[in-house]
Design a protein around this ligand. Structure first.
Ligand SMILES: *[C@@H]1O[C@H](CO)[C@@H](O)[C@H](O)[C@H]1NC(C)=O
Ligand SMILES: *[C@@H]1O[C@H](CO)[C@@H](O)[C@H](O)[C@H]1NC(C)=O
Ligand SMILES: *[C@@H]1O[C@H](CO)[C@@H](O)[C@H](O)[C@H]1NC(C)=O
Ligand SMILES: *[C@@H]1O[C@H](CO)[C@@H](O)[C@H](O)[C@H]1NC(C)=O
Length: 359
């Protein structure tokens, strides 16, 4: 028991430092140019809410996502994604036959006229509640969306054929676990109840303004994230974190079903990240690997020492991380985020759901 507690403490410490690392410095000021936009009535738009699995550039320029080696594969330089390339939002947009919607924070940039695909309100590190990342939670993200509606950037008519993507990968859990004992099962289950309740409130708000289709993610197997698996040298997923994810997902499935029964006018469907991660990471129940990765739990980009992360530089500006030779063979890019290759595999696993629910 002693040993186990010590082990968990180490895991938590790693998770904590990862979140803090992404929560660096303040945002640069953003100037407000005026912009022109065109409405394309009837065309599908994508509105995105949530965390780093969906964020395509809302963080300030000092975040890891805006610094090397992020963006290495796509677009070839750092561009605000927490990966070497495309993330969930990009693959969903591409499935819908459109470009990725513009990040909310870039709506006033030179490309802010690019509103015909919708808007991305997601910020890495966030949850339905406030987290260690000092960025807008999902409630505030939806407030930002409503503000865009009030300003007539988007109309009710736009929403009729639009889709909302909600990504909730578990930052609420990480934040809780830092301050509480993960072995307190009751505490964790109460948290799940609160998270799901808040998520339902958020989805009802989106339905109330006229969104007809909502895709919401299940929580991925948190224990398989490299941050948690590093203690077994990437040989095993941490069962206690996976159990928390499963408990969350079961509750989510039940509540979504109830809401769908109550509201026939609008449909919510699950993007099962848990199943998609698992089917990609394992073969015949065993963790798979390849010529570069012992197991797919091994991330491509890592800090050279425990105190460093993917993207760390020291005071002299020297790189304190390494990047694998073949990011296209990795599943994970860094300690918490899939690589573009990983997201592509996840997208393939989700494709039949998308075909069924969207087109
Ligand atoms: C604006 O769009 C152009 C063309 O798509 C692109 O080359 C440029 O990098 C974009 N600028 C910003 C600030 O995103
Ligand atoms: C979201 O963030 C705002 C601003 O920090 C806070 O007032 C609000 O209580 C948060 N919402 C939830 C559901 O935690
Ligand atoms: C929204 O779509 C439904 C059919 O899906 C249609 O009956 C309704 O008129 C549309 N409303 C608007 C405002 O476009
Ligand atoms: C991984 O899990 C297996 C099966 O539970 C166990 O036998 C093995 O010792 C674990 N490996 C490590 C490095 O923890």
């Amino acid at each position: 028991m002693e040993k186990r507690t010590h082990f968990l403490f180490l895991v938590l410490l790693l998770l904590l430092t990862a979140i803090i690392f992404t929560a660096v410095l303040a945002k640069k000021g953003r100037n407000g140019h005026h912009h022109h936009h065109h409405h394309h009535p009837g065309s599908v738009k994508l509105f995105v809410f949530g965390d780093s699995y969906a964020d395509t550039g809302n963080w300030g320029k000092s975040a890891a996502s805006w610094n090397e080696p992020y963006g290495l594969t796509y677009p070839g330089k750092p561009a605000g994604r927490f990966s070497d390339g495309r993330v969930l939002t990009d693959f969903l947009a591409s499935h819908l036959g459109m470009k990725s919607p513009i990040p909310f924070e870039m709506r006033k940039s030179e490309n802010g006229s690019n509103l015909q695909h919708g808007m991305n309100f997601a910020y890495g590190g966030t949850g339905v509640f406030n987290t260690m990342a000092n960025e807008p939670n999902m409630t505030v993200q939806i407030n930002n969306f409503q503000q865009q509606l009030e300003e007539n950037v988007f109309t009710k008519h736009d929403l009729n054929s639009s889709i909302a993507l909600l990504s909730l990968a578990g930052n609420d859990y990480l934040t809780y676990i830092m301050k509480n004992d993960i072995n307190n099962v009751q505490g964790l289950q109460d948290l799940t109840k609160n998270i799901i309740q808040q998520l339902l409130i958020n989805m009802k708000r989106l339905q109330a303004v006229g969104i007809k289709k909502i895709a919401v993610t299940t929580v991925e197997p948190m224990g398989c994230l490299p941050n948690a698996a590093v203690v077994s040298s990437y040989q095993n997923c941490s069962e206690i974190f996976n159990a928390a994810a499963k408990y969350h997902n079961e509750a989510l499935v039940n509540e979504v079903q109830k809401l769908n029964n109550e509201n026939k006018d609008s449909v919510i469907f699950l993007l099962d990240l848990y199943a998609a991660f698992m089917s990609t990471l394992t073969k015949n129940g065993k963790l798979s690997g390849n010529s570069e990765m012992k197991t797919l739990l091994q991330p491509c980009c890592v800090g050279l020492e425990q105190k460093y992360f993917c993207g760390s530089i020291d005071d002299s500006g020297a790189k304190k991380y390494s990047v694998c030779k073949h990011p296209e063979l990795s599943f994970f890019w860094d300690n918490i985020h899939p690589s573009e290759n990983g997201w592509k595999a996840i997208y393939y696993a989700l494709r039949s759901t998308l075909d069924e629910k969207i087109r």
